[in-house]
Ligand binder design. Sequence first.
Ligand SMILES: C[S@@+](CC[C@H](N)C(=O)[O-])C[C@H]1O[C@@H](n2cnc3c(N)ncnc32)[C@H](O)[C@@H]1O
Length: 487
Amino acid sequence: MIASEPPDSCKVYTPRSLARAMVAAIVDGVDQRWLEPSCGTGSFLEALAGFGVNRKRIVGVDLDRKTSAADSLATVTRGVDFLDWSKTRKGRYDCVVGNPPYLPIRALHDPLRNTASNVVDVNGQPIGDRANTWYPFMVRAMEMLREGGNLAFILPAASEYADYASEGRKKLTQIFDRVDIIRSRRPLFDNVSEGVVVIIATGKGGTSKLFRRHEVEGLQAAIQQIGRIQRTNARNCPKLIKTRKPELVKFSDIASIRIGAVTGDSKFFVVNEEQRKQLCLPKKCLVPIVSRSKHIRLPVHDFRSWQHECDSGEKIWLFRPGQKHVDMKCVRSYLALSEDEGGCHKERFKIRNREPWYETPLPKHPDFFLTGMSGLGLWMCLNEHPQLNATNTLYTGTFREPLSRREKFTWALALLTSRVQKQIVRAKRVYADGLSKLEPGQVNGLILPEPPVISDAVSVYRRSANLFLSGCQQEAGRLADKFVFNQ
Ligand SMILES: C[S@@+](CC[C@H](N)C(=O)[O-])C[C@H]1O[C@@H](n2cnc3c(N)ncnc32)[C@H](O)[C@@H]1O
């Protein structure tokens, strides 16, 4: 064996089902950048491919030069010591996932031994050679993550009590929003009697400081428990938690809003599914839309919720044929109808001034919808339908920067905090006819607390928004305050 070859004793590969569950616990869309620091035969690379993460977004490293079929699913560098490679690459990844080698540092040959023992521990001192290799891997993995990043690692059971790991254990609960440890009473790997734990740490830089330890029987129970993490409560680490005083930001600094599409003649352009069928208009000539406040009384709109509106007879199609559709017989006939026959009022200002008259200008695919006309207050209906847009009875919003799914839900939660909802009540303009409305300018001027990283922002926002939309605004505000201000 040459000095820089991994000993066979550390080549224990993660069962695919476990790798999948661990990835599922920390994945958030397909845009995250992933690192697998000792990728072996690629169980985690395969799991990531299964979640649709592009190979260019995944970096794999392994000391073992022997290639694996899964190497094609990521950018893999082999024959390299991760602890050496990682020195210059800190803070670059959204997620680190893996099962690092468990080898006493003293048993390594140089240069691996020298590199591992000189990795700087979280207290600023070199780790030394009394530790096991998994420990410098964990310290480096925490450093490799960006703010908001997530870690999922399989570690030996000794990681819970080994003296050499005490600083790293403390750091783990200090720097992540939430840490879950899953300890299996039976070994998780064939042919290995040593016990292991799975660590799922989410939201680097978050302030909730939640911690939960789960003890389970074996592999299947561990997988189930990992899948339930988002839904199980965790306790606060009381010493670490403080009420937060967040920075304040103007709504217009995080998102831009505008009114939805102005058709000029909604009777002609906005139709329901039944009308579409009667007129024989092919779906490619229409855009799915929301056109009324009640369509967005939801935390999130996706294909299924839109289909539900569609099946309920709501007007959820915007007729908007492109040049290539206007020669189709049914489209031509609809465009040619006279006003008396249900045709378009083409003389109207908005319509006669656009070219071609039937192509209603559309806002860019919105990140969320708002209504200024609801008696309830203001909430974001996040848009997870790939084509959904809105007409001008609603406002459409786009975040100014590309955000992860979790970040979008976190901002939506900030809007539901009680302080922001109080501003909304004050900002509403009441018209002579008693109608109260929030204009785009007033939405833009709202001051929002900059929220911390909230690892389960998606489910917290859903809960808070559902309370809000069912009329329990105070409770919704309290829940949002709890997560945004740690109250
Ligand atoms: C426990 S196996 C896990 C492999 C893979 N992560 C999995 O879960 O299936 C540990 C892996 O670490 C690799 N390894 C050992 N020392 C390493 C080092 N210093 N840098 C990078 N990889 C290393 C081994 O070649 C082996 O593939």
